[in-house]
Design a binder for this molecule. Structure first.
Ligand code: MG
Length: 310
């Protein structure tokens, strides 16, 4: 059984690995990963492409690192500080950034209004862009229990996403990671977690997190929060290890980097860092546009996670 620290490392680094592994397949067809790499465990999968170097993590992990560094440097949840870091990053022209995240971060509106104002005019803000950066805050808040963890998740998502659907999905993911970090079964925790979801959103999450849900039943593109979260839970339910779960996620096609980042975060918490192949973590690196050209390696992420664990 992995230790709690090994699971925390698995969550954050496993998410980053999924992001980097899935990025070259973004908006591609179903099954593209398995078509190119038919046998698991053979190597070469961290291939780069589509503008990404092999092992290069995208906006998903870049924003996750910004959250982690804010939590550590501010000694807790400092929402204006997180928003300020996001805005500094967005202004530095990252290679990729979610549409609604970009609209909110470049609006010039204050931190506590920007996402809500954007949602009021767009009416579309239930993307997976807050889900994808969940691993560090899930690790950081986990020792404080379910209510605090889910509350922090909602507040962090609300910085960029005005739709409560995104807050609730992000809160669910935080809680499932929190449970997995304790060594308990995250699947068994789903009903209790749904009980803590806002009543207006409970039914829809109950549907997509049901044991018989399949990605074929998604009613939106997996760039939306519901099918993205549900696909990650499905990928873990239908596989028995980190590598196969992430492969299944990327093979869904669509928003592959984010679905794999979410899947990899949960799978890393469940199976621990030793289940994340070294041939993938070895190539992993996270550029941080707007932050003096810094590029984090797996060793840097490891030290970040150890500090998040306190
Ligand atoms: Mg991305």
């Amino acid at each position: 059984m992995p230790t709690r620290t090994e699971r925390a490392l698995g969550a954050v680094i496993g998410s980053a690995v999924g992001d980097a592994l899935g990025a070259p397949f973004e908006f591609g067809p179903e099954g593209a990963f398995s078509a190119r790499f038919p046998a698991p465990g053979t190597g070469g999968e961290m291939c780069g492409g589509g503008g990404w170097d092999p092992g290069e993590a995208t906006d998903d992990t870049q924003m996750a690192v910004l959250v982690a560094e804010s939590l550590l440097e501010r000694g807790g949840l400092d929402l204006p500080d997180v928003f300020h870091r996001f805005r500094r990053w967005a202004a530095a022209d990252p290679k990729d950034i979610g549409l609604q995240t970009e609209a909110v971060l470049t609006s010039g509106d204050p931190w506590d209004l920007a996402a809500a104002l954007h949602f009021r005019t767009s009416q579309r803000a239930a993307g997976n862009g807050a889900l994808m950066r969940a691993a560090p805050s899930a690790v950081y808040f986990a020792p404080l229990g379910r209510a605090t963890t889910m509350d922090a998740a909602r507040r962090l998502s609300a910085l960029t996403h005005g739709d409560r659907a995104a807050w609730e999905g992000t809160a669910v993911l935080h809680e499932l990671i929190r449970v997995a970090l304790t060594g308990a079964d995250h699947v068994t925790a789903v009903p209790d977690t749904l009980g803590a979801v806002h009543p207006d959103h409970r039914e829809r999450y109950t549907t997509v997190l049901a044991p018989d849900w399949h990605p074929d039943r998604a009613t939106e593109f997996n760039g939306a929060v519901w099918p993205c979260l549900a696909s990650a839970v499905w990928a873990l339910r239908t596989t028995t290890g980190y590598e196969d779960a992430v492969r299944a996620a990327i093979d869904l096609g669509g928003d592959t980097d984010t679905v794999a980042a979410v899947t990899g975060g949960l799978a890393g918490a469940v199976y621990g860092i030793d289940a994340v192949p070294a041939r993938w973590t070895g190539a992993l690196h996270v550029p941080l546009p707007g932050f003096a050209g810094r590029v984090l390696t797996t060793a840097d992420l490891t030290s970040l996670v150890r500090r998040l664990c306190g």
